[in-house]
Design a protein around this ligand. Structure first.
Ligand code: DAH
Length: 346
């Protein structure tokens, strides 16, 4: 048995010398020292020895085991060192090679447009105020001076929420059709003077190349003593030059909204043709970007403000529309199809 143990050592030394890499060394380790390896097999026969023989053979076995372990550990170190030397001797690493680019995402065009618009108004001193997307009829319509029989309340346009508590018409719950109820919520929660923008989602039963059931708006409201239409024009024109560029012009056309009097629509000169007329502006030289006006006294009163002391102006604009005008897109739905090839362009 002693001879077999010594023999193991001799053959292991020979084979380890021939091992060329870490995998081969590992194979040898399993073969000699593994649970069913050569050493274990020899030791399996120890039970049949007399007690004296067992002691002396045990001593040899322990020494052989320790030597085998040292031999294999040394072999691992040797192959690792050899691999390192081979790498160092090979062609040098070219640190001037361009790196591999990590693919990275970015914010959606609509989010970016929204943030850009907000930033332009923050520079003018406006705060951000937000309201809920699920809104009371009383705030979405009633408080904004939109009477019960107004066509905007039509089931055709508004997503009504079937809420168990909404029995009375004033308790009716809906998905807000515009960000304008934010005006009422802001006035009811803050004392005048007020200078806010209300960004967020709005919903309407509508779907075609220029409408989606969900879209984004940014509402604005400024209320103080002595505010006039000149303040409205100055503020919104300052926004246009900061957001679209100093070379863009604005024009105001009379319009009608229940919550403002007088009301207007603001156009921006077309950036594609510099106002000469092209396909983007439908050959008018102008792009309509928002509705605005002087806040109706009934709206100030609904907000809890004193309409005999205060005046203000408000506006509302569609974020997708502005993004589309800025990038010359002609179908709003392309913004929500999540085709990564389309979105990556922006
Ligand atoms: N709420 C209007 C809409 O969704 C937009 C609007 C027009 C908001 C005039 C205003 C405003 O605050 O003064 O079409």
């Amino acid at each position: 048995m002693r001879d077999r143990l010594e023999g193991l050592l001799t053959s292991a030394r020979e084979e380890v010398r021939r091992a060329a890499d870490a995998a081969q060394v590992e194979t040898l380790r399993v073969r000699y020292l593994g649970r069913k390896g050569e050493l274990a097999q020899v030791l399996g026969g120890m039970g049949k020895l007399s007690p004296e023989d067992r002691r002396s053979v045990g001593e040899v076995a322990n020494r052989v085991k320790a030597e085998l372990e040292a031999l294999l550990a040394g072999a691992v170190r040797a192959v690792e060192e050899a691999a390192l030397q081979a790498e160092l001797a090979g062609p040098p690493l070219d640190v001037t090679l361009p790196g591999r680019q990590q693919p990275s995402g970015h914010r959606h065009l609509v989010s970016r447009t929204l943030e850009d618009v907000i930033r332009s108004f923050q520079r003018l001193g406006f705060d951000v105020f937000t309201g809920p997307e699920v809104e009371l009829d009383a705030l979405n319509f009633e408080a904004l001076n939109i009477p019960a029989d107004h066509p905007a309340r039509d089931m055709q346009d508004t997503f009504y929420v079937d809420a168990p508590w909404s029995k009375a018409p004033a308790d009716q719950v809906l998905l807000r059709t515009h960000t304008s109820p934010g005006q009422i919520r802001a006035m009811r929660s803050r004392p005048p003077p007020l200078r806010i923008v209300v960004p967020g989602k709005a919903y309407r039963v509508d779907s075609d190349a220029t409408h989606t059931p969900m879209f984004h708006q940014i509402e604005g409201l400024l209320v103080d003593r002595g505010i006039t239409f000149a303040d409205l024009k100055g503020t919104l024109t300052a926004f246009v030059t900061s957001f679209f560029g100093a070379d863009r012009k604005t024009r105001f056309r009379p319009s009608y909204f229940q919550f403002t009097e007088p009301s207007a629509e603001m156009d921006v000169s077309c950036g594609t043709c510099a106002g000469k007329g092209c396909r983007v502006c439908k050959f008018t030289g102008w792009l309509e970007i928002l509705g605005c006006g002087m806040v109706h006294p009934n709206v100030l009163t609904a907000g809890g403000y004193d309409a005999s002391q205060l005046t203000g102006f408000a506006w509302g604009m569609g974020v997708e529309r502005i993004a589309m005008l800025r990038h010359g897109l002609d179908d709003i739905r392309s913004l929500f199809e999540n085709d990564i090839r389309f979105l990556e362009q922006f």
